[in-house]
Design a protein around this ligand. Structure first.
Ligand code: 9MR
Length: 347
């Protein structure tokens, strides 16, 4: 009894700290997003969303933002000219609505995953430049209008700058000239004036020529009054390369132009086999990326390119590499997941 009284007296005598001094660590990524104010997202594999209840459950529990990994790309939504297949994209948007997730639309103008009718028509000359411009305008207008009010942010143009800082010679640039970029943003804005419109790229975290050209492009577009609101950093990293230590500064340079920024496709691959050391290094890359985002006021979203090694583009693209995601094939959290939960917004 005496002991109990003593313990009680001790508890009562301990001055209460303000709640912010020892906040409870978040239970999951959704709570982390609430605590930090940055939405945490994942790319979504629609087949898995439909067929795998465990995948669906974890996605909807953990993530407050989603991006269709492939379902909104042009070849997915208009595989034949004039034949639209929205079912997968609709499924993602509807699942997001039911689970209070915001959506990133990915992607309106890209040089990959274009439908064959389009690329072959341009190649054989049956689609000329005037028609191509109209096709692009219709594509953007149709898709953005369909999801008006349901997509927080669109990747309007994806990967338009080369590694050496020149503009990428895509079918769009060679046939329509550089003005297609401003046009794309204007058409998207007209179709949904409230969506945030992004330019998105990889290696923008560290590659100086790409960074400078992209900044100059954004500056020029803003000067012309083009509705561009965000810069997306894909963030396809690997632990065999140094972490891009200047990333937060690069984000700040875009923010200084009046843009919001986002991490849009983060993953951190490794050369297999997996070892505890590699997983520990991977965890530091993930948590540094989140810390970088949280250190920049304009960083609004932190999205990973798939959350489980069960569905990741990495092994199919980089021979001998893998294990790039936060959760393993069985949806068990890896050290990187736990590391994220411990990241705090800097004061
Ligand atoms: O993850 C996507 C993969 O399933 C597709 O086969 C691939 C085709 O190009 O695209 C992948 O996603 C890419 C994204 O759309 C744009 N940035 C790079 C991503 C990884 O390649």
């Amino acid at each position: 009894m005496k002991l109990l009284v003593l313990a009680l007296a001790l508890v009562l005598a301990t001055p209460a700290l303000p709640a912010s001094a020892h906040p409870r660590p978040p239970r999951d990524l959704r709570q982390l997003a609430q605590q930090t104010g940055v939405k945490i997202g994942s790319a979504v594999d629609i087949a898995a969303l439909r067929a795998e209840s465990d995948y669906r459950k974890v996605l909807n529990r953990e993530f407050s933002h989603v991006t269709a990994e492939n379902a909104m790309k042009w070849e997915s939504v208009e595989p034949e000219r004039g034949v639209f297949t929205w079912a997968d994209a609709d499924t993602l948007v509807e699942n997001a609505r039911r689970n209070h997730q915001q959506v990133r639309g990915h992607t309106l103008v890209w040089h990959n995953q274009l439908p064959a009718w389009l690329t072959s028509g341009v190649a054989d000359g049956s689609i000329d430049a005037t028609e191509l411009r109209k096709i692009l305008r219709d594509h953007i207008t149709t898709q953005v209008r369909r999801y008006k009010g349901k997509i927080r942010a669109w990747d309007v143009v994806n990967e338009v700058v080369e590694e050496d800082g020149t503009m990428r010679q895509t079918l769009w640039l060679t046939h329509l000239g550089p003005g297609y970029i401003a046009d794309a943003f204007r058409w998207a804005h007209k179709a949904d004036p409230h969506a945030k419109l992004y330019i998105n790229d990889y290696n923008l975290e560290w590659n100086a020529p790409k960074i400078e050209t992209t900044l100059a492009l954004v500056k020029e577009l803003r000067a012309q009054g083009v509705p561009i609101h965000g810069a997306g950093f894909q963030g396809h990293l690997g632990i065999q390369y140094d972490y891009p230590g200047d990333w937060a500064n690069v984000m700040r340079r875009f923010a200084d132009l009046g843009l919001e920024v986002a991490v849009t496709e983060l993953d951190v691959r490794m050369v297999l086999p997996v070892t505890p050391e590699k997983l520990a290094t991977q965890a530091t890359y993930y948590s540094r990326a989140l810390s970088d985002c949280l250190s920049v006021r304009a960083c609004r979203e932190f999205t990973v390119w798939g959350y489980t090694d069960r569905h990741s583009w990495v092994p199919g693209w980089f021979e001998g590499e893998g294990s790039a995601c936060l959760l393993d094939e069985n949806l068990a959290p890896k050290p990187a997941y736990r590391a994220l939960l411990n990241v705090k917004r800097p004061r």
